[in-house]
Ligand binder design. Structure first.
Ligand code: UPG
Ligand code: MN
Length: 567
């Protein structure tokens, strides 16, 4: 793979030297594991009682699982590498007016679990990116179908008119208002005014959420009343309602208080009917791919969870460092940033930071064909959603093709009619959405599954982990939430592991053994539970009943067992 050789550079990569000792270590360790298996087989063949046979068998099975899980981690160690971008050099390669357009997707699903004011903060943080504003379009997917969220975004659209110029003119780094006002910012009359406006918006949004409805005193125009009244019809529930799509800011028309264009801001609540499967977040994202395709069809798409705000306004420019250099990675499909968190428990007692998952393993995968997709903080090239690099899939209407150039304004009646059509709950029937196009259906972890399928199709990815975190998010900090999240992830991953797209079969065939192993580590994460449970109980029980579970100290085989335990 090539590194940009031009001087000045847009990016660089460094292969870590530890890959050599890692490979030697893997070979030695494999040998010791094989020896241990041989010993297990001998013990099984020479069992004395039925109990000792059962114990030996259980220990053998546990060790097979542990050995398999160990083998999957070796993919991450074979060729780890790190990257750096130089966004300061970008202007020498690409004029600002030639920056590609970006569509940003933000997902929210429940105004009570995901407070609209936080969602608004996420949206404002990306609307204020250091990027030509008229090229940015922010699409909010509201799977909660809630007037509270729409109201919050109406307020946000107004506040953005002061927030964006404020950030631009004062070179603010912290562009999420809540994070900015919680930091040590400069107090001056300008910040005072912006803060007053922010607090005003925040109180209004929180009051409305507390009341559970937008009452008349909060509605300031006939248009707002009209929009909100769509939610007040009989039978309207979050699982049963028509599509509501509203352009809250139009880049061609709306200006901030300094006269600069605003980004597009579009609220989308796709149609839901109880009788039609909605496929959760994957379904929401596919609806956004189509709606944004009709309205703006930007070649670059960022997906963000509503609980993850942008912490660095330069992030899109970092992405351009890779995208604008075709040699950076042929068949590039997406660029993933790590999930990093704020507000962890001081000691992170539930180990929710997942450093291995989000920071360490992706470095190893980057040396293969790239990191997996983790659901948020990921910039896709739109064409990756439409079949493999050498086997493109044509969408059912030409307007959805990634090459289609939108030639009508966003508010054109034809466009508005079409976006309602493509966000309908029956639109996907008899199409390839969810199977060959867009985010893939069939697993609770649509992110992992989609990234995996894209890589099997031939797409590559890049892991971008700048010093200043690009995004910061919330993490579950209570035991119940952690357990629920883990349960959901494990089930979703096993769904992939035991499907016809298993990493052990389809994965190895299409992506090769190393990449398949790297994905297999997650797919079979759930099977850790077997050896952990067996090892927790069997050695203590055997000790109690005087049955040997391990070789005696005088037995030379103890060396192998100890070697595996120590290293
Ligand atoms: O029907 C749904 C359900 C969820 N979401 C959104 O999906 C996101 C992730 O859901 P969350 O409940 O926060 O799941 P987590 O376990 O915290 O998320 C991790 O795991 C998910 C499933 O693998 C990924 O989608 C996420 O990006 C990843 O951060 C949130 O923004 C939700 O609003 C929807 O849009 N529609
Ligand atoms: Mn989350």
């Amino acid at each position: 793979m090539a590194t940009a050789t031009t001087n000045p550079r847009l990016h660089s990569l460094r292969r870590l030297r530890r890959r050599f000792p890692n490979r030697v270590f893997a070979a030695v360790y494999t040998f010791v594991i094989l020896a241990l298996f041989y010993h297990h087989a001998l013990t099984l063949l020479h069992f004395t009682t039925f109990t000792s046979f059962c114990i030996s068998l259980t220990m053998f099975i546990s060790d097979i699982i542990l050995a398999y899980m160990w083998s999957t981690t070796q993919s991450y160690r074979m060729n780890p590498m790190t990257r750096r971008e130089f966004p300061e050099n970008l202007v020498k390669f690409l004029d600002r007016k030639d920056f590609p357009a970006m569509d940003i997707f933000i997902c929210t699903a429940d105004p009570y679990k995901e407070p609209p004011i936080n969602v608004v903060n996420t949206a404002l943080s990306v609307m204020a990116y250091d990027f030509p504003t008229e090229k940015l379009s922010v699409y909010l997917s509201d799977d909660g179908g809630s007037e509270l969220t729409l109201f919050a975004f109406m307020e946000a659209a107004e506040f953005a008119r002061i927030w964006l110029p404020f950030c631009r003119e004062n070179d603010i780094i912290e562009r999420c208002p809540d994070a900015y006002f919680s930091s040590n910012y400069d107090e001056n009359p300008m910040t005072g005014e912006v803060k007053r406006r922010y607090e005003h918006m925040k109180i209004r949004v929180e009051n409305v959420v507390e009341k559970g409805k937008v009452s008349d005193e909060y509605i300031s125009s006939e248009l707002q009343h009209q929009l909100l009244s769509q939610y007040w019809t009989k039978d309207f529930t979050r699982q049963n309602h028509p599509s509501i799509i509203q352009v809250l800011l139009n880049a061609n028309k709306d200006k901030d208080i300094k006269g600069h264009p605003m980004p597009n801001l579009v609220y989308v609540s796709r149609e839901k009917r109880k009788t039609t499967p909605h496929h959760f977040k994957a379904g929401a994202l596919n609806a956004l791919i189509r709606v944004s395709g009709i309205m703006t069809n930007a070649p670059v798409v960022l997906t963000l969870d509503c609980d993850m705000y942008s912490n660095d306004p330069l992030t899109p420019q970092r992405v351009l460092c890779y995208i604008s250099d075709k040699s950076s990675r042929p068949n590039l499909g997406y660029i993933q940033f790590p999930q990093l968190y704020h507000g962890l428990n001081e000691a992170d007692i539930y180990a929710s930071e997942y450093k291995g998952l989000f920071q360490k393993n992706p470095i190893g995968m980057d040396g293969l064909s790239g990191p997996n997709y983790v659901g948020t903080g990921c910039f896709f090239l739109r064409h990756a959603f439409f079949g493999g690099p050498s086997s493109p899939v044509q969408p059912e209407i030409p307007e959805l093709s990634p090459n289609y150039i939108v030639n009508k304004p966003i508010m054109d009646q034809k466009i508005l009619d079409q976006v309602h059509h493509v966000s309908g709950c029956n639109y996907e029937n008899l199409t390839s959405w969810g199977s060959k196009m867009g985010f893939r259906y069939g697993s609770l972890v649509e992110d992992y599954y989609t990234g995996y399928r894209l890589q099997c199709e031939g797409w590559k990815s890049i892991f971008c982990d700048p010093e200043r975190p690009a995004f910061l998010g919330d993490v579950p900090i209570t035991l119940i939430d952690v357990l629920n999240q883990n349960k959901r992830w494990d089930i979703g991953l096993l769904e992939v592991g035991f499907s016809k797209y298993s990493t052990l079969t389809y994965g190895i065939r299409t992506a090769g053994i190393l990449v398949a192993q790297a994905f297999g580590h997650y797919a079979f994460w759930g099977i850790w539970s077997f050896p952990i449970t067996f090892y927790a109980f069997i050695p203590s029980l055997t000790l109690l009943y005087g049955i040997p579970a391990f070789p005696k100290v005088s037995d030379p085989w103890i060396c192998g067992t100890e070697l595996l335990a120590i290293i």
